[in-house]
Design a protein around this ligand. Structure first.
Ligand SMILES: [Zn+2]
Length: 156
């Protein structure tokens, strides 16, 4: 599935990445939130981005029905490994997490965390991307490091 970026390029979520996230949809009332980082490529000679892979919950993450805090070190290790294995073409692009609601929207805690990611993480472009996977729908926001604003992207 693809979404329109603010620069008119598109961001594609690979089937593989989508399935890995979908396994953690909170379909049951006891399911806790899940999440991880987004990994992918900037397509040469275009404005397009592909999310090829995601990390999934690991030991050390803090998971509850209404919150997910990833263990920074273990997910960072995955980012570093993929970056080395791909000769620097596989990049950290942002984060994903689930919500126990059909049509997800971000919370105040999410916004605070996303702003922290924009300010503190190391990444090469102006933007990071933030996915929330609801029970029915997936939404993605583009976070701008210059304005610290978030724009929900339109599915195309
Ligand atoms: Zn959330």
């Amino acid at each position: 599935m693809s979404f329109l970026l603010s620069n008119k390029g598109k961001i594609k979520i690979s089937d593989y990445a989508f399935e890995r996230m979908s396994n953690f949809r909170q379909n049951n009332s006891e399911d806790t939130e899940a999440g991880g980082v987004l990994l992918g490529r900037f397509i040469v000679n275009s404005k397009d981005i592909v999310i090829d892979d995601v990390s999934i919950p690991m030991i050390g993450d803090k998971r509850s029905r209404y919150s997910f805090v990833r263990n920074a070190k273990s997910h960072q290790r995955i980012i570093d490994n993929q970056w080395f294995k791909s000769n620097g073409t596989c990049n950290y692009l942002g984060e994903w997490h689930t919500h126990p609601e059909s049509y997800p929207d971000y919370s105040g805690v999410d916004i605070d965390n996303w702003k922290d990611r924009l300010k503190k993480d190391s990444y090469s472009s102006r933007y990071l991307y933030f996915i929330i996977l609801g029970i029915i729908k997936l939404e993605i926001w583009e976070g701008d490091r210059r304005t610290l604003k978030f724009k929900k992207l339109e599915k195309i």
